[in-house]
Ligand binder design. Sequence first.
Ligand code: BGC
Length: 444
Amino acid sequence: MFKSTAFLALLSLVPTLVSAQQPLYAQCGGIGWSGGTTCVSGATCQKLNDYYSQCLPGSATTPTTTPTTTPTTTPTTSVPTGTTTPAAGNPYTGYTIYLTPYYADEVKAAAALISDATQKAKALKVANIPTFTWFDVIAKTSTLGTYLADASAKGKASGQKYLVQIVVYDLPDRDCAALASNGEFSIANDGLNKYYGYIDQLVAQIKKYPDVRVVAVIEPDSLANLVTNLNVAKCSGAQTAYKTGTIYALKQLNSVGVYMYLDAGHAGWLGWPANLTPAAQLFAQLYRDAGSPPFVRGLATNVANYNALSASSPDPVTQGNSNYDEIHYINALAPALSSGGFPAHFIVDQGRSGVQNIRSAWGDWCNVKGAGFGMRPTLNTGSSLIDAIVWIKPGGECDGTSNTSSPRYDAHCGLSDAAPNAPEAGTWFQSYFETLVKNANPAL
Ligand code: BGC
């Protein structure tokens, strides 16, 4: 005891010679990082992107390089053989949603930092609410196999059928109209081929666990950017790669029976009346180009956003759009999808939609101040178009850094309605999590 205290005192005197070990989930590296680069026992410092390495549980076994097999550069045009037939109806019906240990661990670590006993108890409840797991870098793909094996074992032990929820999120030149979530692959540097490798890695693992059902949200923001942001050079430059990459993902994930929902922005984006028809046409065209994969079930809306499913009255910032919440948006989009032959089923993210009327402008998306956890995941959606209310953005993970000197600083994250002192996108934002807990509606 005394020895370690003395050692810590020594450490504080010579910070440039010895770095303290970083706690679980803390930053441990990245461009501009000057803090500790080693992790406490039981955690390993893993590079998530050029700007952020994080102490993650376990030893570093995840691959950090792209696969050595050369992926096909041109996706095949037919639906892959071996495609099984999807179950009729809502893919969630009859399944238990798997709780991803990654998020549960983040939440438990966060709760441990809360001193108020009531808030701590509320925070801990979040660890039992299912969220999607984002595969936002290829290095994380091997963890999917771990989760599927765990879900499979839990299913066998309990006699229940398990469903694992994932977000496929690694297109080259990702987040083309913003900066906060720019990804690891660039089109200029063979990014499309690398993306095929990323999809192949997910598929290889899913194939091994046919007893576990997988539901995937496909590439948040990408197709919506192609509907409204082709005036942005990075988006017009990414158009072909986004489409080709998405078609490849749909075909390959279909071949292993993954139920898919393509991301469709939200009411304040594609829900503007002028955007509905072009959006529906793009989804339908892409679906046809992929060979109408039967496991494409529909669209995911409000991913990582703050809109209500059904607002008691329109938020003033929605003025001018009669589709002022997700249910109005979905009801308006569905007929256009159906007439184009696209399956009009939906899942809706309500993870951070508990508090309304908190934005200065509808387009504000970054760590909006005053948000609270929203409706709990449920199949009682009140709409035959909506399969499930889900939590897709894991609440507490950041939307983007407020550090103006970061290469991924986006001005939205510096707005007056964005929470200050925000870390890099995807990493833990403790004070924001605590606000989500405090403002949860329904209360936790
Ligand atoms: C980030 C991802 C992260 C996801 C979920 C996105 O905004 O860019 O890195 O995995 O949010 O938190």
